[in-house]
Ligand binder design. Structure first.
Ligand SMILES: O=C(O)CC1=CCC(=O)O1
Length: 92
C-alpha cells in the first residue's frame, strides 16, 4: 500500500544543538536505508519549510506506524498520513 506522508519538523528549543545534530544524522541514515529497500519511495523537501513530503510503500497501516514511530526525529515531528488508492485515470 502507498501512503503520502507529510512530516513537519519542530526543532525543540531545550535540546542541545549537538544532540539534535546526532538525531538528524541518525534520521538521514535510516531514511537512506528505507529508500534503498524501496520502502521510502519518495522524499521531497517542501520549499521554504522544515518539512518533507514522502511516499511510503508498506504492507499496511501497522507497518507504516512502526516505521514512522521508530524514526529518530519522531518525537520532534508532526506527521500527517494519507492512504493512497489507485486513480482510475492513472496510466502508470
Ligand atoms: O528534514 C526532514 O524533513 C526530516 C527528515 C526525514 C528524513 C530525513 O533525513 O530528514
Amino acid at each position: 500500500m502507498l501512503y503520502h506522508v507529510r512530516m513537519d519538523v519542530r526543532v525543540p528549543h531545550d535540546v542541545e544543538a549537538a544532540t539534535f545534530d546526532r538525531l538528524k544524522a541518525a534520521e538521514k541514515a535510516r531514511a537512506e536505508e528505507l529508500q534503498r529497500s524501496g520502502t521510502w519511495r519518495h522524499l521531497w523537501r517542501i520549499a521554504g519549510e522544515y518539512a518533507n513530503v514522502s511516499i511510503f510503500d508498506v504492507a499496511d497501516h501497522d507497518e507504516l506506524h512502526a516505521i514512522l514511530s521508530g524514526l529518530p526525529l519522531f518525537p520532534f515531528m508532526q506527521i500527517a498520513v494519507t492512504p493512497l488508492a489507485r486513480h482510475p485515470s492513472a496510466i502508470a
